[in-house]
Design a protein around this ligand. Structure first.
Ligand code: MRU
Length: 346
């Protein structure tokens, strides 16, 4: 299995693997302040919906420890730090899920009059718990997803949804890892994932580390591969899933879902509880992150449209692989039932 470690506690704060440098260089950065963690998330040094929630929580906890050691840890400081971190990336709701837990922990500690060091300790424990919960949920996603992958079949996936995106086994890639562990002899096709190439740079790198066969294709090659009968199923992750099952994920996911339906290929989303936003009735309300035009080199003075995510309508999704099992259409009903269940602490 993989030895990739995209995040860790460090003496000074939080240590991250700088994913912007992969696959060429394996560079680790020690982040000591809330600003440094916010910069790392905004610039995709650390990325992937669950992992940015974990990184934000750990960064907040580490900065709180430093602040407490210097005297005070006012509730306003915790709230402002959480707001700053939450503002870095608007689509992945896992970030808000993790920071809401941190806000509650900080507010409860301050309200009960705990000394600053103890509030900081509670924040550290909560951040570790958030990470542990994601580890458990990703493993369960893998176990529920692997049986969908027939022995000898080829899975197409988009972006990076593995260890690098979760600090755990992954979401879509968790199913791949477990299928590989079970000896199902599967092949993976990874889309390049323009414009930042998370598939070509990151998925290929981490699957290579795990010894899993992977072919990288340009995004535009998916249709012809499907037409040639070379793809048996598609599994992607999600950054936010609305109550009706509409799912936001890396730009290009919607196109893959349309193509999969046109070719009669099953299309699955894989996501943990932290990715569901049941307050949103449909995907129309999901905020879509617009990224810098600089990510698309072009001629000077040309206008660029660079949304980082798109929304796949629920009707194109054959199932959502969750920590509690595979949700099948009608998704709204299945999500309603799943949403009522509590995320278990490890
Ligand atoms: O912009 P990124 O690289 O953070 O986008 C990541 C994805 O789109 C993943 O598919 C998503 O976070 C879900 S998988 C953990």
């Amino acid at each position: 299995m993989t030895t990739v470690q995209p995040i860790a506690w460090s003496e000074a704060g939080v240590r991250i693997l700088d994913q912007t440098r992969l696959p060429g260089e394996e560079v680790y950065l020690d982040l000591e302040t809330v600003d440094a963690v916010a910069e790392a998330i905004a610039s995709l040094r650390v990325r992937g919906a669950p992992l940015i929630g974990i990184a934000a929580a750990m960064g907040l906890a580490a900065a709180a420890r430093d602040r407490a050691a210097r005297g005070t840890l006012p509730p306003d400081w915790i709230a402002e730090a959480a707001d700053l971190l939450e503002g870095t990336r608007p689509t992945a709701v896992d970030l808000r899920w993790a920071l809401d837990r941190m806000r509650r922990t900080g507010a409860d500690g301050c309200a009960t009059g705990l000394p600053a060091e103890e509030v900081a300790r509670a924040l550290h424990d909560e951040a570790q718990l958030i990470w542990d919960i994601e580890i458990g949920m990703c493993r369960s996603i893998g176990e529920h997803g692997a049986p969908l992958i027939e022995p000898g079949s080829t899975v197409l996936t988009h972006c990076n949804t593995g260890v690098l995106a979760t600090g755990a086994l992954g979401t879509a890639l968790a199913a791949v890892y477990v299928a590989h562990e079970e000896g199902r002899g599967i092949d993976v096709v990874a889309t390049e994932t323009r414009p930042l190439n998370q598939g070509a740079r990151l998925t290929a790198w981490e699957l290579g580390r795990a010894g899993i066969a992977c072919r990288v294709i340009v995004d535009g090659a998916a249709a012809s591969l499907m037409a040639a009968g070379e793809i048996d199923l598609v599994i992607t992750g999600a950054d936010r899933i609305a109550a009706n099952g509409d799912s936001a994920n890396k730009i290009g996911t919607y196109a893959l879902a349309v193509l999969a339906r046109a070719h009669g290929i099953p299309f699955f989303i894989a996501a943990p509880r932290s990715t569901f936003d049941l307050a949103l009735a449909s995907g129309a309300a999901i905020p879509i992150e617009q990224r810098s035009p600089d990510e698309l080199p072009t001629a000077p003075h040309v206008q660029v449209y660079n949304p980082a995510f798109d929304v796949t309508p629920a009707e194109l999704i054959d199932g959502i692989i969750t920590d509690a099992g595979v949700l099948r259409p009608p998704l709204e009903e299945a999500i309603g039932e799943y949403g009522g269940r509590k995320v278990e602490s490890p």
